[in-house]
Design a protein around this ligand. Structure first.
Ligand code: XMP
Length: 538
């Protein structure tokens, strides 16, 4: 790769990844690394001449609580540096200014006055005061603040509560902002970050997915040579895009294995086969393992036990197929590589800044360790990309928009959407109810945005409740099952609000499900947010 790059040092803020996404949206390549890398590491990172600037992220901590500092090399390389929140405070402290601790947090919306006509903020404003001062509507979240500028710096922005809300040393091209330009609540945040990476750092905006295909194809060919690759296709976005990309690169050298555990959505398995085997002419082995999964799940009601069984069987079935394929055929070296749809957030989180603490609430479907067990080398062609970039790449590769922009679907599938014991009868009812819900979300347009409701919610699905309730249909009494509809809006899936879907839409969905899916006579809507509820019911 030959792109200019921006280094983002992560001090442990929840929103560091947003900085990277905003930089990538400006079509500039960037990487996130933990703040505790050494100065030698930073110098080596810059040695190829591609490093054009550095951004220091915020932190959840105070400069007095933790001793995280930017490596000295950051300020010695001669490249522009932007410090955000904690990043600005550590910059101030390391360069000779002063930071004052405080127990009072300034949190939320603020109006910041831009000062000094610095290159970073010049001509960027949301409105002007009667005196003609440019004002920015921003998001603040800090306790400590800079109270004394380091030598060489001038004041760049201020609020009443925070007199030094921005600082600049334009000779060295060092900038600090106390507010968060990476969050969407800061209206001009995107413009400010673009100004920094494009104008101040002078990075070339050449990170474009359409063009990345060729680069990625070349990289895969160089890595794999004439060897063969195995990929587990799940129908999810990441594995689908990885498959399409690898297929573009090496065609027949790729074999996909698609394990159907019988807990997929309506017609999902056929759609995956139709796309990859039918349209792309990729080699896809479909393993129908639904009987095995249902047999092993019989009588199991505990959610964690169900997840473990599904995860284990999935790996077993996949491994068995892989072993069969690995056994070299005459004239072939056999499979040497296992491809996985790992994406950049997975890479950042596993490399993780020391300040990050992951809390496991549900054991997620984990296929880690598989390449070692199978004795295969690992191919991860999406490991530099964020989810939005994976989607863009998928569309550029010719995958259907609906497949690429589908809501996330958990590895255990309907197994965690059928409460308690999983039975085929339940899965069949749920599949049909779910399909009706999704169909209506896709076909109902929200008038203000002009977009279908499907695109306005982050995830929507039906849940099967194995309880029976009494109903009446025609002249007869019914005694049938219940489904709950769930639709949430979220930006990160860590917290989520239940979606305020229009009553008319809910009414149509409910009446269609009850009329069309015999066996279900009651539909409810889940009005719980996360936390305290989770998105899935199990
Ligand atoms: P929860 O239910 O934890 O879900 O609020 C957050 C997001 O994660 C998805 N999810 C899973 N994905 N394997 C997956 O691949 C799993 O076991 C799993 N459990 C939850 C869920 O659909 C939501 O998007």
């Amino acid at each position: 790769m030959n792109h200019d790059k921006i280094l983002i040092l992560d001090f442990g803020s929840q929103v560091t990844q947003l900085i990277a996404r905003r930089v990538r949206e400006a079509h500039v390549y960037c990487e996130v690394h933990p703040c505790d890398v050494s100065s030698e590491w930073v110098r080596a990172y810059a040695a190829d001449g591609r490093l054009k600037g550095i951004i220091l992220s915020g932190s959840h901590a105070s400069v007095y609580e933790v001793d995280d500092r930017a490596p000295d090399a950051v300020f010695e390389l001669g490249v522009p540096v932007l410090g955000i929140c904690y990043g600005m405070q550590t910059m101030a402290q390391q360069l000779g200014g002063k930071v004052q601790g405080s127990n009072v947090r300034e949190f939320g919306y603020a109006e910041v006055r831009a000062r000094g006509h610095t290159a970073l903020l010049k001509d960027i404003a949301d409105f002007h005061t009667p005196e003609g001062h440019g004002m920015l509507k921003v998001w603040m979240s800090h306790g400590d603040k800079v109270v004394e500028l380091p030598p060489g710096f001038k004041l760049m922005a201020s609020t009443d509560a925070c007199p030094i809300a921005g600082m600049a040393d334009e000779t060295r091209r060092f900038y600090g902002v106390q507010f968060h330009p990476e969050v969407t609540h800061t209206v001009q945040g995107r413009a400010i970050l673009e100004r920094f990476v494009l104008d101040i750092c002078g990075a070339t905006p050449d990170w474009i997915m359409r063009d990345h295909i060729e680069e990625a194809v070349q990289a895969i060919r160089a890595q794999v040579g004439d060897e063969e690759v195995l990929l587990g296709l799940s129908g999810g976005v990441d594995s689908s895009v990885a498959a399409a990309l690898i297929h573009r690169a090496i065609g027949e050298q790729l074999t996909c294995v698609f394990v159907d555990h019988g807990l997929l959505r309506l017609n999902e398995a056929d759609m995956v086969m139709d796309m990859f085997a039918g349209k792309l002419h990729a080699k896809v082995i479909r393993v129908d393992a639904s009987d095995l999964f249902l047999r092993e799940l019989a009588g199991v009601t505990d959610p964690e036990a169900k997840r473990k069984i599904i995860g284990r069987l999935f790996v077993d079935v996949f491994k068995a197929e892989a072993e069969k394929l690995k056994a070299a055929r005459p004239g072939s070296k056999g499979i040497q590589w296992l491809a996985q749809g790992t994406i950049y957030p997975d890479v950042i989180e596993s490399g993780g800044a020391k300040s990050k603490k992951a809390v496991t609430i549900k054991s997620h479907h984990n296929v880690g360790g598989l390449p070692e067990q199978l004795g295969l080398k690992l191919l991860e062609p999406l490991r530099d990309l964020f989810k939005d970039e994976v989607r863009e790449l998928g569309v550029a590769l010719g995958l259907p928009h609906d497949m690429v922009y589908r809501h996330p679907f958990p590895g255990p599938g309907l197994g965690v959407r059928i409460l308690g014991e999983v039975k085929k009868e339940y899965a069949d009812l749920l599949r049909r109810a779910d399909a009706i819900f999704i169909e209506e979300l896709r076909s109902t347009i929200e008038p203000h945005s002009g977009k279908p409701w499907y695109d306005l919610v982050s995830q929507a699905f039906a849940v099967f409740l194995p309880v029976k309730s009494v109903g009446v249909m025609g002249d007869g009494r019914t005694y049938d099952y219940v489904v709950a509809l769930r639709a949430v809006q979220t930006s990160d899936f860590m917290t989520a609000d239940w979606a305020e879907l229009p009553y008319s839409l809910l009414k149509r969905v409910s009446s269609r499900i009850i009329n069309e899916v015999r066996g279900i006579n009651r539909v409810t809507y889940d009005v719980s947010s996360k936390p305290p509820a989770t998105i899935e019911w199990e």
